[in-house]
Design a protein around this ligand. Structure first.
Ligand code: M6R
Length: 604
C-alpha cells in the first residue's frame, strides 16, 4: 500500500523524487523519506513521520544527487514514526532500500539470519536490507547475488528499490506481487509503483513481472530472473494525459472526480457502444461469458457495493444468476460453485490483495474470469482471462467516486451484451444508450447543486457522530455506499441499512436529531419506504430524503431525475458523495487523505 519511486542519471533527482511522492501519496501518507547520492561520495537520507509536506521542510539545497529513492508509507508493521519510515540503511551503512509489501516470514528470517545485527525499526521491511548487507559481507557476495539470495528467502509481497552506496552507478529493483514499472526517459531511468509518478518524464515503460530483478543505470535497464537469465522485455508506450492526475483549480481531488462523473459515463458509451447504440466487446469474451450458469462478482469496499448494484443487471437482462462476494471472505471461504462459473473482478486499482488472492486460486482451477478496472496494466487486469478498462481517468482521492459509477455503467453495458447474446428479450428491448445518456445529463444537474448540498451537510451532520442511510433494493445498496463515503472521510459513524430491517433491532439507536438519509427511487417500494421514514421521524430522527422525481413530494431534500429503476444508483449516489465531501470539509479534515486509509490496498 506504500508508494515507491527511484531514479538514476538525472541531476534533478531530489525534485523528481519529491514530485513522484506527491503523485504517490494516495497509496499511503503516514510517513515519507528519500535517499539521494551524488555519485561523488556524498549522500543524504531524510525520513519523517507525517505527510510529505513535513518531509519537505527538512530538505535542504545541498541534498542533490544523481541517483535516489523515495517512499511514502501506509503502516502495516510498526507505528508511523521517523524510525519506521523508509528508506532503511543497512547496519554497515552500505545499502539504502525502500519496500512496498509485506514480508510474512520476517520474524523467522530475523531470528535465523540477523542475530546480533542491530535493527532500527519495528518493520518487516528493514530485515531485507540487513540480510542483503549480511550476505554481501559474510558470504563475500556481489550486491546482485546478495539481493537474489535474500529475495529467494522472502515469503510475501514486495517491490524493492535499492542503492549500493559503494557503487551508486546502479539502481537495483525487484518485484513480487506488488506493482513495479520502469520508466525509460531521455538520458535517465525511473522506477515506481505507478506510472503517475513518472508520466511527466516519459511514456515508455517496462512492466516488471513477479520474481524478476532489474539492474538499472542512467541509460540501461537489465531484467533478470532469480537464476540470472536475462529477460528481453519490449517497453510499452502508455498513453496517459500527464495533466489528468492534476487537481487544477479544485481544492480536493474528490470534488474534481465527482464533477467528472458525467463525462466518464459518456466516455463509456462512446467506447463500449457501436454506432447503433448496441454494446461492442471482444466476441470471444461475450461468447464465453454467455455460456456460464452463474456469475460470481468479487470485489472489496466501494467496488463491492458496485457489484451489489450490478447483480440485478446480470439477473434481469442476461438471465444469469449472480452472487456478489467480498474478496476478503471469498479468498478463504469460497461458496460451493456452480458447474460453469464465471468470475467478474471489480477493482478501481486492479491491485487489491484480497481480490488477487481469489483470482490466483480460480486461475489454478482454470476458471473463466474478467476484470473491470481503472488501471489497464494492473495485476488483476493482466492475470484475468479478460479485462475491460473503466476509462474513468486517474482517481486520486482515497474515497472512490467516479470509479464506482463507471463500474456500474460498465456492468450494465456488459450485462446487456450477454443478454443479447443469449437472446433475452428484456436485454434486447432495454434502451440502455438512451438511459445512460439521461444518467449523464442527470449527474450534471446534481453536481451543479453543490451549494444546496453543502448547506444540507451543514444542517444534518455538523453536530452528529452517528447517521443512518436507508433504502430498499437498489436503494439499499446505495445506502451502503453512501454510509461508507460518509464514515471514511468525515469520521462520522454511519450505517447503511435495508430500510425494512431497521425495526428489527437497530431502530433502538434512533434518538432525537439522529440524521437518517432515505432513498426513494423505486415505485415498487416507495410506499413501504415512506413508512420506514415515518417510523424514524416518530422517534425523533432528522430525516433527509433523496427521491426520484416521479415519486417525490415536497418534504424531499434532493430530487433526482427519473431513469430506469435499476440505474437510479448512478444518480442517487451523487448527492450522497457530495454530502460526505462537505461533511468532511465542514470538520476541517483532509478530504483526499483520510486517516488510516490508503487508495490501493495491497495487503490482506
Ligand atoms: O481498488 P479497489 O476498487 O479494488 O479497492 C477496493 C476498496 O479498497 C475501495 O473500493 C475502497 O473501499 C474505496 N477507496 C473507498 O472509497
Amino acid at each position: 500500500m506504500c508508494g515507491i519511486v527511484g531514479t538514476i542519471g538525472n541531476p534533478d533527482t531530489t525534485n523528481i523524487l519529491l514530485s513522484g511522492l506527491q503523485k504517490l501519496s494516495y497509496r499511503g501518507y503516514d510517513s515519507a523519506g528519500i535517499y539521494v547520492n551524488d555519485q561523488k561520495g556524498h549522500d543524504y537520507l531524510v525520513k519523517k513521520s507525517g505527510k510529505l509536506a513535513n518531509l519537505e521542510k527538512y530538505i535542504t539545497p545541498e541534498m542533490q544527487g544523481m541517483v535516489g529513492l523515495g517512499h511514502t508509507r501506509w503502516a502495516t508493521h510498526g507505528e508511523p514514526s521517523d524510525a519506521n519510515a523508509h528508506p532503511f540503511k543497512s547496519y554497515d551503512g552500505r545499502y539504502y532500500m525502500i519496500h512496498n509489501g509485506v514480508i510474512d516470514n520476517y520474524q523467522q528470517l530475523r531470528d535465523k539470519y540477523l542475530q546480533g545485527i542491530p535493527l532500527t525499526s519495528q518493520t518487516d521491511s528493514e530485515i531485507i536490507v540487513q540480510m542483503i548487507a549480511k550476505f554481501a559481507h559474510d558470504d563475500h557476495l556481489t550486491t546482485k547475488d546478495a539481493l537474489v539470495k535474500t529475495l529467494k528467502l522472502l515469503d510475501g509481497s514486495y517491490s524493492i528499490i535499492m542503492v549500493d552506496s559503494k557503487d551508486p552507478e546502479k539502481l537495483y529493483v525487484a518485484k513480487n506481487q506488488t506493482p513495479l514499472l520502469i520508466g525509460i526517459a531521455n538520458g535517465f531511468t525511473l522506477v515506481s509503483s505507478d506510472v503517475l509518478a513518472m508520466i511527466h518524464y516519459t511514456n515508455k515503460f517496462i512492466e516488471m513481472r513477479d520474481k524478476e530483478i532489474g539492474i538499472l543505470t542512467a541509460d540501461t535497464q537489465t531484467i533478470e530472473d532469480y537464476d540470472g537469465n536475462v529477460i528481453n522485455v519490449k517497453p510499452k508506450t502508455i498513453k496517459l494525459d500527464a495533466n489528468a492526475a492534476d487537481k487544477g483549480a479544485y481544492p480536493y481531488y474528490m470534488l474534481k472526480e465527482i464533477d467528472e462523473e458525467p463525462v466518464v459515463i459518456r466516455r463509456l458509451l462512446t467506447n463500449y457502444l457501436n454506432q447503433n447504440g448496441e454494446p461492442q466487446f471482444d466476441a470471444t469474451l461475450i461468447q464465453r461469458f454467455a455460456q456460464i450458469d452463474h456469475l460470481y462478482i468479487v470485489a472489496a469496499g466501494t467496488s463491492y457495493h458496485a457489484g451489489l448494484v450490478g447483480k440485478a443487471f446480470f439477473e434481469q437482462w442476461a438471465n444469469i444468476p449472480t452472487s456478489v462476494l467480498l474478496a476478503s471472505e471469498a479468498g478463504y471461504h469460497m461458496p460451493l460453485l456452480s458447474a460453469k462459473p464465471g468470475f467478474l473482478f471489480l477493482s478501481q486499482s486492479g491491485e487489491t490483495a484480497d481480490s488477487r488472492l481469489v483470482l490466483s486460486e480460480i486461475n489454478q482451477q482454470n476458471m473463466l474470469s474478467l476484470t473491470m478496472t481503472n488501471v489497464a496494466n494492473s495485476t488483476l487486469a493482466r492475470e484475468a482471462t479478460f479485462s475491460l478498462d473503466l476509462l474513468a481517468g486517474p482517481e486520486i482521492a482515497v474515497a472512490s467516486t467516479k470509479a464506482y459509477t463507471a463500474q456500474i455503467a460498465l456492468e450494465a453495458i456488459f450485462a446487456k451484451a450477454l443478454g443479447i447474446a443469449n437472446n433475452i428479450t428484456t436485454a434486447k428491448e432495454f434502451p440502455l444508450k438512451q438511459q445512460l445518456s439521461e444518467v449523464a445529463n442527470g449527474m450534471q444537474t446534481l453536481v451543479d447543486q453543490k451549494d444546496k448540498i453543502k448547506q444540507l451537510a451543514h444542517d444534518y451532520f455538523a453536530d452528529h457522530q452517528n447517521a443512518f442511510y436507508i433504502g430498499r433494493g437498489q436503494d439499499y445498496y446505495v445506502s451502503l455506499e453512501a454510509a461508507l463515503k460518509l464514515k471514511e472521510i468525515s469520521y462520522i459513524h454511519a450505517e447503511g441499512f435495508a430500510a425494512g430491517e431497521l425495526k428489527h433491532g437497530t431502530i433502538a439507536l434512533i434518538e432525537k436529531g439522529t440524521p437518517v438519509v432515505g432513498f426513494v427511487t423505486d415505485p415498487e417500494t416507495a410506499l413501504p419506504m415512506r413508512s420506514n421514514v415515518e417510523e424514524v421521524i416518530a422517534r425523533g430522527a432528522h430525516t433527509l430524503t433523496i427521491a426520484a422525481k416521479s415519486l417525490a413530494d415536497d418534504t424531499d431534500a434532493v430530487i433526482i431525475p427519473d431513469v430506469a429503476t435499476l440505474l437510479t444508483p448512478l444518480l442517487s449516489v451523487v448527492p450522497a458523495q457530495l454530502l460526505a465531501y462537505y461533511a468532511s470539509l465542514e470538520r476541517g479534515l483532509n478530504v483526499d487523505q483520510p486517516r488510516n486509509l490508503a487508495k490501493s490496498v495491497t495487503v490482506q
